[in-house]
Design a protein around this ligand. Structure first.
Ligand code: C2E
Ligand code: MG
Ligand code: MG
Length: 687
């Protein structure tokens, strides 16, 4: 009797069908994961991931097919052609590799379809090659309609799978793609099996044959699952490593490495969130800009290690005092910021006073114990500003106000601060045009010998006649010029003008020119000085450059090197405003200055304050022992001059001896007597 079989009519071994379904779904899921990983990876890694994807896909398809073939009992003896069986596995692996690689080429519209078609054809090719390897003892007939339908279904589902996997807008795309891929495999298999009809020509095999076939199916399933599992494990290990690396990078990107506090980016995010929250719930947010006062000094005196230790200590302390709704970040250098979610002013006052206690407590490094102190500026949302940038800006303005005020550590933002800043900016703009508009001029102030009254030289002092505000003091506009960088062209102009004028004087007096620390930091000063001396023809020994201690503290090694090169030209160097800096003795030891200019604050108090007198005496003694002449600045009275003479001061400068005046006034022939007259008090005092 003839028995017609097809996959729909023959009894399947149910548990093997379930195993095939398990292999198919697990394989599809793993394949899609690996495919997406390959898609994200860079060049060489992509090759590796593509390999794993295709091995996983090919094994899943092949194992599903093979187990399913073994799952049903055709009732006749079956054999497998080994070459074709292996070839079918090879087709599955290489075909899916080609498809998945093609799907991700640079043609995002058609590549997924193209890749999907190849994957679908690979599944079909594998199946029909596998069927060719499947030999049954019977007559096999094929239904071409079913064959065409099976290929079409496989191709269509494979296209859907690839397209879904690559669609970033599709939520749960992994699952949709895996389901479509599984359907591509399963639909092909069952439709293709419906296409084949076998008319048995022999009797069924023995029970032992069936058991052997089932054992083989199980073996294939286990091998397939191991391959799929290996691919999946690689994916999971990589995924874990990547997520850990991502977390580490995220932590690095959002936190300061030295102190561990949140950094500026983190602060910005946090503040944005707090402002949004306050906007929605109607609360307030305060930010506190914090700048350490003496951090630079700690760095300069005790080194960067001590500076780092200080920052860490302060950061730890501030972190420890934080309560619910509070946040502290390090914005850079010695700049920190606090954020406080607040309901009432007292919340804020409490936060600020806790911050103050942390910032003003002693810090220790090694045997040293000191305090840095800090300036704090507070601005509140929504009172002072409505967005993050404006709020931060206003807190900064308040902080600068606190910095400028030595009695007040904390300042709250006020509208008037904006106006002050605007006025400063306008002035800086005016200064930019001042040189071109001929509003700048140099005045000269005489420097004389205390014992003989003889003129030693003149200090050039910059003057700015503003068109509407009149004369503006250099004490006001020099810092502005320094902040804006204008001091570089301005300083060069002063140096060139002073040297040119001095070269034209009848008497070879010295001319003293003030230099800003900014000129040391940015210009090639020795070269500039040399060029100007050559250009103006002034003898180098007639030029004296005045620098302050701040210049040296800013970058000691570099500054001293520049000073040495300038001195090598034959130019002398004076230290200006001596006694007002932090480390006067150290400064003197570091460089052989040609003159110490003792700050006028000591001279103005010499008659009334024994301390001021003691300091003058000490500096004079120091000058004597180091063999550096001392000039007293700001001498206004005869009695001051007498004291200075009695103490052995070398030179003096001040209103008593001559006020700063324009070149023409001092050196015009008709005024020459007046200048000589200015020397009179000295002579009289000598007499
Ligand atoms: P400085 O270099 O210490 O200059 C001396 C200042 O003391 C001058 O102020 C001078 O007018 C003032 N002075 C002189 N004698 C007396 C006195 O007897 N009593 C009083 N109360 N003051 C006296 P000025 O011209 O206002 O300059 C202030 C500062 O501006 C200068 O201090 C200097 O640091 C800076 N400066 C002036 N011109 C320049 C310049 O061309 N470049 C740079 N970088 N700074 C300059
Ligand atoms: Mg000076
Ligand atoms: Mg001075």
């Amino acid at each position: 009797m003839m028995r017609v079989i097809s996959c729909v009519t023959v009894d399947h071994n149910l548990w093997l069908v379930l195993v095939a379904a398990l292999v198919c779904s697990a394989g599809s899921w793993a394949t899609i994961r690996l495919f997406l990983r390959a898609h994200e990876a860079g060049d060489l890694q992509q090759v590796g991931w593509n390999f794993l994807t295709s091995v996983c896909a090919g094994s899943s398809i092949w194992c599903t097919h093979f187990i399913a073939m073994l799952a049903y009992d055709p009732g006749v003896p079956i054999t497998f052609d080994p070459v074709l069986t292996i070839a079918s596995l090879f087709i599955a692996i290489t075909g899916t590799a080609a498809g998945f690689i093609a799907a991700t080429t640079r043609a995002p519209r058609i590549a997924p379809i193209f890749g999907g078609v190849i994957v679908g054809l690979a599944i079909s090719g594998m199946h029909y090659t596998g069927m060719a390897a499947y030999h049954v003892a019977g007559i096999v007939e094929w239904n071409t309609t079913y064959i065409a339908a099976s290929v079409l279904l496989s191709v269509a589902f494979a296209c859907v799978a690839v397209k879904a996997a690559l669609n970033v807008h599709l939520s749960g795309r992994n699952y949709w793609a895996a389901a479509a891929l599984a359907l591509a495999i399963v639909s092909l298999h069952f439709t293709a099996m419906a296409a084949v009809q076998v008319t048995p020509m022999a009797t069924r095999g023995t029970e032992t044959d069936t058991l052997a076939l089932h054992a083989m199916a199980l073996g294939v399933a286990v091998a397939g699952l191991i391959i799929i599992g290996t691919g999946l494990a690689s994916y999971l290990i990589d995924d874990r490593t990547r997520s850990e690396a991502f977390q580490r990078l995220h932590h690095l990107a959002m936190n300061d490495t030295l102190t561990g506090l949140p950094n500026r980016a983190n602060f910005n995010d946090h503040l944005d969130r707090e402002i949004d929250r306050a906007r929605e719930l109607g609360g307030k947010v305060a930010i506190v800009g914090i700048d350490l006062d003496r951090f630079k000094e700690i760095n300069d005196i005790w080194g960067h290690g001590a500076g780092d230790q200080t920052l860490k200590n302060l950061a730890d302390r501030m972190s420890a005092l934080l309560q619910e709704g509070e946040f502290v970040a390090r914005l850079g250098g010695d700049e920190f910021a606090g954020v406080k979610r607040m309901k009432s002013q007292s919340d804020l006052v409490d936060f600020v006073s806790r911050l103050e206690s942390a910032l003003f407590a002693q810090v220790r490094f090694g045997d040293v114990e000191t305090t840095t102190g800090a300036s704090l500026g507070v601005a509140i949302y929504p009172n002072d500003a409505h967005n993050r940038e404006a709020l931060v800006n206003n807190a900064d303005l308040a902080m600068y106000r606190a910095k400028a005020n030595i009695t007040q550590h904390v300042c709250f933002y006020e509208q008037a601060m904006d106006e002050a800043v605007r006025a400063t900016r306008t002035l800086a703009n005016d200064l930019r045009d001042a040189a071109e508009n001929g509003q700048l001029d140099l005045h000269y102030q005489v420097q004389t010998s205390v014992s003989t009254g003889e003129v030693r030289g003149y200090e050039a002092l910059l003057r700015w006649k503003h068109p509407t505000r009149g004369n503006i003091s250099p004490a006001e506009f020099i810092p502005l010029a320094e902040e804006s960088g204008l001091i570089l062209p301005l300083g060069e102009w002063v140096l060139r003008t002073a040297c040119a004028k001095a070269a034209s004087w009848d008497h070879p007096y010295k001319v003293a020119v003030n230099l800003s620390p900014v000129q040391f930091a940015h210009a090639d000063l020795p070269k500039l000085v040399h060029e100007i001396l050559l250009e103006t023809g002034l003898r180098p020994s007639r030029l004296e450059l005045e620098i302050t201690e701040t210049t040296i503290v800013a970058d000691k090694i570099r500054t001293l090197n520049i000073l040495r090169r300038i001195k090598a030209l034959g130019v002398t160097i004076a230290i200006d405003d001596f006694g007002t800096g932090y480390s006067s003795l150290e400064t003197l030891g570091a460089f052989p200055f040609d003159k110490i200019k003792l700050d006028r604050s000591f001279i103005s108090e010499v008659e009334t304050s024994p301390q001021a007198k003691a300091i003058i005496r000490a500096v004079l003694a120091l000058g004597q022992s180091l063999q550096i002449p001392v000039l007293a600045e700001g001498v206004e009275t005869h009695s001051q001059l007498s004291i200075l003479r009695a103490e052995g001061c070398n030179e003096a400068q001040g209103f008593l001896l001559g006020r700063p005046a324009p070149f023409a006034e001092i050196f015009a022939p008709m005024h020459r007597d007046a200048v000589d007259g200015a020397e009179m008090p000295v002579r009289q005092a000598v007499a």
